[in-house]
Design a protein around this ligand. Structure first.
Ligand SMILES: *[C@@H]1O[C@H](CO)[C@@H](O)[C@H](O)[C@H]1NC(C)=O
Ligand SMILES: *[C@@H]1O[C@H](CO)[C@@H](O)[C@H](O)[C@H]1NC(C)=O
Ligand SMILES: *[C@@H]1O[C@H](CO)[C@@H](O)[C@H](O)[C@H]1NC(C)=O
Ligand SMILES: *[C@@H]1O[C@H](CO)[C@@H](O)[C@H](O)[C@H]1NC(C)=O
Ligand SMILES: *[C@@H]1O[C@H](CO)[C@@H](O)[C@H](O)[C@H]1NC(C)=O
Ligand SMILES: *[C@@H]1O[C@H](CO)[C@@H](O)[C@H](O)[C@H]1NC(C)=O
Ligand SMILES: *[C@@H]1O[C@H](CO)[C@@H](O)[C@H](O)[C@H]1NC(C)=O
Ligand SMILES: *[C@@H]1O[C@H](CO)[C@@H](O)[C@H](O)[C@H]1NC(C)=O
Ligand SMILES: *[C@@H]1O[C@H](CO)[C@@H](O)[C@H](O)[C@H]1NC(C)=O
Ligand SMILES: *[C@@H]1O[C@H](CO)[C@@H](O)[C@H](O)[C@H]1NC(C)=O
Ligand SMILES: *[C@@H]1O[C@H](CO)[C@@H](O)[C@H](O)[C@H]1NC(C)=O
Ligand SMILES: [Zn+2]
Ligand SMILES: [Zn+2]
Length: 557
């Protein structure tokens, strides 16, 4: 039933040699998509995998994604074959180039992905969480490269993805009916040259100037990360009854891979692609200023467990489980990969899978992926949290996600993220090593004055260098949210009691070099949440002690 087959057989056509490999399938064998990563020589567990869910609100236009050109698209299909995983059509003399691709690519085949006879959709890519009934993949290999070389080139393969949408009234006699009439039911069958069937006819009037682009992988084992993906915005509309023919006639159902984590990749779009209006938010003056963040699409900013909060020190409850943290690689001086200006903050991106934090009553291991800053003006303080209504000069947030979750999952999980908040205060006599570290950090600010600019960090700088010997054993803990839209209530907060002391001139560089200021959210209502503390006894009695005390006072009145 399941051919012993390789990506080469499946994705690159019958012309290529097939070595024996482990069996894989979509359902009903030992190696279903969740454990394709275990197959020998597999890249399926990698970080630039396909397919993905394209979230259009996060897509950015790229002016270079133009002049896509398709040569010999009306060459007839050379053969059709059912290879046990899909139905594949081979092509010859077809080429693509332009469209932001790195060179000219020779098209060797196209194949399809679909769902089942119950109208369950089966496209591989998704758009804003929606799956189409089917998807067609047109596979091309960079011209001048052997297949081996192409697989070793990060853009050696170009795949064009076309969504296929089912309509009630579509043509029942056009090119798609020619294709469905020829669908082979058995894996051995190879149907030769079909004069009447061309890629041009199958694609129909899809607007080829509207597409998404990202770097990914083959979607079948061994999922080699060599694919420059093009996913067209407009679907091919065909009659629903023809879509039904694919699972019915081939016996293959739900032949699609689940979407993969984007990790740190970006999806871009050609200039002609219609994208949803962006919803710029801000702290001060724009349509979605801080008091209107709750009106943004998919916003949790109006929720009841929001951050930051004012910490009332004597109201914090002692929790003995709040023990010492374990920091992994916080001392690594090449941990900071780049520094960028997001338009809302200065953000340091950390090297992937390097830093971790655990202990501290967190109950999970978290991987630390970025840190950023909140500030006020040159004169006024701008921390987000306040303690007994005192606002500190700045606040640094070190952001980690639960190691066992993807970032998307973490954002939907109450303790998916852990943020460590450190207050920063100016001090004339900050330690020389801390001054040195902050001088190094702020020396990058002049290079990122433009919004969306970023520079690589080459200097030797660790998080420990920035923190110095601040007391990391005394802290507050509560459940809260991200402090910027979408304000996901996914954060276990740790706010350290002692501040990091930094020279005032270095602090002032944030508003003066970056050009915007007061980038902090006002404190939010606790709504009955408890703030815990590591401290054994606060200077004033805790809330439980307050009641007898009040009662005594009443007795004496
Ligand atoms: C997996 O891919 C690599 C290179 O992309 C290739 O050398 C290797 O033979 C492949 N392994 C299998 C089992 O297909
Ligand atoms: C696209 O084609 C036009 C006209 O030939 C040319 O002027 C332009 O530079 C091309 N753009 C890119 C990004 O290749
Ligand atoms: C287009 O097809 C013709 C006829 O098969 C062939 O001679 C020509 O080389 C093809 N062009 C390219 C760029 O492959
Ligand atoms: C384009 O391909 C060439 C050769 O294959 C390679 O040297 C170059 O780095 C690639 N450019 C990009 C932007 O990937
Ligand atoms: C998909 O088909 C449905 C009818 O079945 C139609 O309403 C819808 O507009 C189509 N979607 C696109 C993006 O063309
Ligand atoms: C495939 O279809 C042919 C006729 O169209 C039929 O004779 C044959 O039994 C079918 N094979 C399978 C495996 O269904
Ligand atoms: C080719 O397709 C057209 C319509 O799409 C049809 O009229 C014609 O009979 C077909 N020819 C062959 C040889 O199948
Ligand atoms: C820091 O991390 C890098 C990996 O990014 C590693 O190569 C290097 O050895 C580490 N340095 C120390 C001092 O652990
Ligand atoms: C900021 O952008 C302007 C105009 O795009 C450019 O001239 C300038 O060099 C940029 N500055 C930096 C620091 O990148
Ligand atoms: C970082 O440290 C290494 C080893 O200590 C040294 O060779 C290198 O020059 C330093 N880089 C910078 C930018 O200070
Ligand atoms: C956070 O919420 C979880 C579950 O809702 C709860 O078990 C935990 O005690 C809370 N932690 C704090 C610090 O409130
Ligand atoms: Zn495919
Ligand atoms: Zn923050």
């Amino acid at each position: 039933m399941y051919q012993s087959s390789l990506l080469l057989c499946l994705c690159l056509g019958a012309v290529l040699k097939c070595a024996a490999g482990a069996e894989w399938c979509y359902t009903g064998c030992a190696h279903t998509p969740t454990n394709w990563g275990d197959l020998p020589g597999s890249f399926c567990g990698g970080k630039r995998q396909s397919p993905i869910d394209i979230i259009t609100s996060k897509v950015q236009k790229d002016p270079d994604l133009v002049n896509f050109s398709f040569v010999n698209m009306s060459q007839p299909v050379k053969s059709i074959k059912n290879n046990g995983h899909t139905v594949q059509c081979t092509l010859e003399d077809v080429q693509i180039n332009g469209g932001g691709l790195n060179g000219t690519y020779s098209t060797t085949q196209f194949h399809l992905h679909w769902g089942d006879t119950e109208h369950h959709p089966g496209s591989e890519h998704m758009i804003d969480g929606e799956r189409y009934p089917m998807e067609m993949h047109v596979v091309s290999v960079k011209k001048g490269l052997t297949l081996e070389e192409a697989l070793a080139d990060p853009q050696g393969i170009a795949v064009l993805g076309f969504f296929i949408n089912g309509t009630d009234d579509g043509d029942l006699s056009g090119p798609w009916s020619v294709l469905t009439s020829l669908l082979p039911n058995a894996t051995a069958t190879v149907i030769p040259v079909i004069e009447n069937l061309t890629l041009d006819d199958l694609i129909g009037n899809v607007d080829l100037t509207k597409f998404y682009r990202y770097m990914g992988s083959l979607t079948t084992p061994n999922c080699t990360e060599a694919v420059a993906w093009t996913v067209f915005h407009e679907p091919i509309n065909i009659n629903k009854n023809l879509i039904q023919q694919f699972p019915v006639k081939t016996g293959l159902t739900n032949i699609y891979r689940p979407t993969q984590d984007l990790n740190n990749r970006h999806v871009s779009a050609s200039p002609a692609t219609p994208l949803p209006p962006s919803h710029p938010w801000c702290y001060g003056h724009c349509e979605y200023s801080v008091s209107h963040w709750d009106l943004l699409p998919h916003s949790s900013c109006g929720g009841s467990h929001q951050s930051p909060v004012n910490i009332v020190a004597h109201g914090a409850v002692r929790d003995k489980r709040l023990n010492a943290f374990t920091y992994t690689n916080f001392d690594n001086r090449s941990a900071i990969k780049s520094i960028s200006n997001s338009g809302h903050t200065v953000m340091c991106e950390l090297r992937e899978d390097l830093l971790e934090v655990s202990g501290g009553g967190l109950g999970h291991v978290y991987s630390t992926f970025q840190l950023h800053f909140h500030w006020g003006t040159a004169q006024e303080s701008g921390s987000e949290h306040t303690v007994d209504s005192k606002r500190y000069t700045m606040e640094m947030h070190i952001v980690s996600k639960r190691k066992d979750l993807t970032l998307d999952e973490a954002l939907q999980t109450p303790n998916g993220l852990a943020v460590l908040g450190f207050f920063i205060e100016s001090h004339p006599k900050s330690s020389p090593s801390v001054t040195n570290a902050w001088e190094t950090l702020t020396s990058y600010l002049p290079a990122i004055q433009n919004i969306s600019s970023a520079v690589d960090v080459k200097a030797n700088l660790s998080i420990d260098d920035l923190l110095g010997n601040v007391n990391r054993a005394a802290y507050y803990r509560y459940n809260g949210s991200l402090t910027t839209p979408s304000c996901n209530e996914a954060v276990v907060w740790t706010v350290f009691e002692e501040s990091v002391k930094v020279d005032q001139n270095l602090i002032t560089m944030f508003p003066s070099q970056i050009g915007y200021f007061n980038v902090f959210r006002p404190t939010q209502s606790l709504n009955g949440r408890t703030i815990y503390t590591t401290k054994s006894s606060s200077s004033a009695p805790g809330p439980i002690m307050m009641f007898p005390l009040l009662a005594c006072l009443h007795l004496f009145v």
